[in-house]
Design a protein around this ligand. Structure first.
Ligand SMILES: [Fe+2]
Length: 151
């Protein structure tokens, strides 16, 4: 792949990750707001912690796009066009079904980050390559917490 193409692929990959972070942030907040049942307090608090962690990454990923010379996402419409996280607009989802959905979404995110890292390696973007390991660890931690609740 030529240098220019590798850079374009990296920018596209980063924007996909950014869209997924925004979509998963709102989905996690939705569950934070609507969760109900005997585990309400634990899940309400856990979902809020995870949403905050995800939101904190959005600015970092957006600025990696800019530092690579690309244009980043501009709107909720741009997020919707780019994300692979499925919307769930129901408000009465069972608490454990919420946990399972977020576990699966975060596990998918681990794979998306793996692809970002590979694109960063291809484009010679050492900073994104290094940071993606931290993003992976955070996503794997969320997967772990959510999986333990389902055990
Ligand atoms: Fe809250």
């Amino acid at each position: 792949m030529s240098g220019d193409n590798a850079k374009k692929a990296l920018i596209d990959s980063l924007n996909g990750l950014l869209a997924d972070y925004f979509a998963l942030y709102l989905k996690t907040k939705n569950f934070h707001w609507h969760v109900a049942g005997p585990q309400f307090r634990d899940l309400h608090l856990l979902f809020d912690e995870q949403a905050a962690e995800i939101f904190a990454l959005t600015d970092i990923v957006g600025e990696r796009v800019r530092k690579n010379g690309g244009n980043t996402l501009t709107s909720i419409g741009a997020v919707a066009a780019k994300t692979s996280i499925k919307d769930d607009d129901r408000t009465g989802v069972d608490a454990l079904a919420m946990v399972k959905a977020l576990r699966d979404d975060n596990a998918a995110l681990v794979e998306t980050i793996r692809a970002v890292k590979a694109a960063a390696t291809e484009a010679g973007d050492n900073a994104t390559e290094g940071m993606s390991d931290d993003w992976t660890d955070q996503a794997e931690q969320r997967v772990w917490f959510l999986t333990q609740i389902l055990a």
